[in-house]
Write a protein that binds this ligand. Structure first.
Ligand code: FAD
Length: 386
């Protein structure tokens, strides 16, 4: 067993960290108010980070999942609202799915533009009737000549405005066999600019730098070439993508939590109350020790999930480890952020401290983004009783 990164991984991490501390950290408040600037996305593409696990023939790096997890951590270390990390993990998770299952034409049409930072690529699975029961979706796709005609609605979908304004779209799940449950679902690449597709924004409490909203399909006509992989296999492709994305979600939560804990530790080293530094109160020092331990536990678990993803992406064990990571890291991030805000007193509650951004961001993963917590427990417990 070897717990160290390779020299290449360390060089990549350090270069990315210094780029992000220069280009991303200074604009996080602006991102939280106005969104991720497309110029930043373009600039960051020079580091080859967007959809970096995709093949080199479509502009990707063919990078390992571990390297991608390191990138997710670093991005959220700089933007601990996690908005930029959400963009990163969506491109990565769904770029991976398109690269793996999509036709040559679809891959060559879309992925070079995503890896270049021009286009947005996301996932549209959740519907107003619920997100956890993916097999229960109601959006339909009917074959008419050389097209599929989509009808239905998706909700709480990340990146609806980015896809509209930058270009791109979402890998969209729709029923192609009404009689079957998960075996009757197909995946389509739906460009947001397609006729019959409309988007609207939902205001979220956090990670406001990336939009979230509703996509309505009213007789939306999609060329048959936009079917990803085989008919009625979309559920399986989506589960593959969710596993990938969950490891990166955990990486983002860990990166944000680490940055916030560092800020908190610096604060308690300086702040004096009752003529004593906060760090010298055992109640606070012990809490810091526990938080650091929980962070390390979450990190090790996540690296193991990433390591497994590199070796056996479709195994049940990998799915379980991805679920364990997604179950653990957001809770640790939330706890660390809450404690640091409390160490900082009123300052922690103010927007000046920036830390509250992490609190709002981590909450998105507790309520459901990339799968609700109980769904992670469902995946893990199923494996326990197999
Ligand atoms: C910020 C944000 C961004 C998102 N981006 C996207 C996106 O880009 N694309 C996309 O498709 N979706 C997206 N989602 C939606 C997300 O996937 C869903 O929130 C998630 O799947 C849960 O679905 P739901 O919100 O409808 O909750 P529900 O499915 O209604 O679940 C509600 C509650 O019930 C619990 N629950 C569910 N099943 C069980 C069970 N079997 N046993 C016990 N408890 C259970 C859940 O844990 C949850 O607490 C996003 C969500 C958020 C918050």
């Amino acid at each position: 067993m070897d717990f160290s990164f390779s020299e290449d991984e360390l060089i990549f991490r350090d270069n990315l960290r210094s780029f992000l501390s220069r280009e991303l950290r200074p604009i996080v408040s602006k991102i939280d108010k106005e969104g991720i600037p497309h110029e930043f996305v373009k600039k960051a593409s020079s580091l080859g980070i967007w959809a970096m696990t995709t093949s080199q023939d479509v502009g990707g790096q063919g990078a390992s999942f571990l390297l991608s997890t390191i990138a997710s951590e670093e991005i959220a270390r700089a933007d601990f609202s996690m908005a930029t990390a959400v963009l990163f993990l969506l491109e990565s998770g769904w770029g991976y799915v398109l690269d793996k299952y999509g036709s040559k034409n679809l891959r060559e049409d879309i992925l070079p533009r995503v890896t270049a930072g021009d286009w947005f690529l996301g996932i549209a699975s959740t519907e107003p009737s619920g997100g956890s029961d993916v097999a229960g979706i109601r959006t339909t796709a009917k074959k008419e000549g050389t097209k599929f005609v989509l009808g239905g609605q998706k909700i709480y979908i990340s990146g609806v405005l980015e896809a509209l304004h930058w270009g791109g779209g979402h890998l969209t799940l729709a029923k192609t066999n009404l009689e079957a449950k998960h075996r009757g679902i197909s995946m389509f690449y739906v460009p947001t600019s397609s006729p019959g597709v409309e988007v609207s924004k939902i205001e979220n409490m956090g990670r406001a730098g990336i939009s979230s909203g509703i996509i309505t399909f009213s007789n939306a006509q999609i060329p048959e070439e936009n079917l990803v992989g085989e008919l009625n296999k979309g559920f399986y492709y989506a589960m593959d993508g969710f596993n990938h994305a969950r490891v990166l979600v955990a990486g983002a939560c860990i990166g944000a939590a680490e940055a916030i804990l560092e800020i908190g530790l610096e604060y308690i080293k300086q702040r004096e109350v009752f003529s004593t530094k906060l760090k010298d109160f055992e109640a606070i020092a012990f809490e810091a020790a526990e938080l650091k331990t929980k962070l390390e536990m979450a990190k090790l678990l996540n690296y193991k999930a990433a390591w497994m993803m590199d070796r056996s992406p479709n195994s049940d064990e990998t799915a379980m480890l991805a679920a364990m990571s997604k179950l653990t890291a957001p809770q640790v991030a939330f706890e660390i952020t809450k404690s640091v805000m409390m160490w900082m007193g009123a300052y922690g509650y103010s927007k000046d401290a920036l830390v509250e951004m992490g609190f709002r961001g981590a909450m998105s993963y507790l309520v459901g983004a990339e799968g609700a917590m109980n769904v992670m427990k469902l995946i893990i417990s199923k494996r326990l009783f197999q």
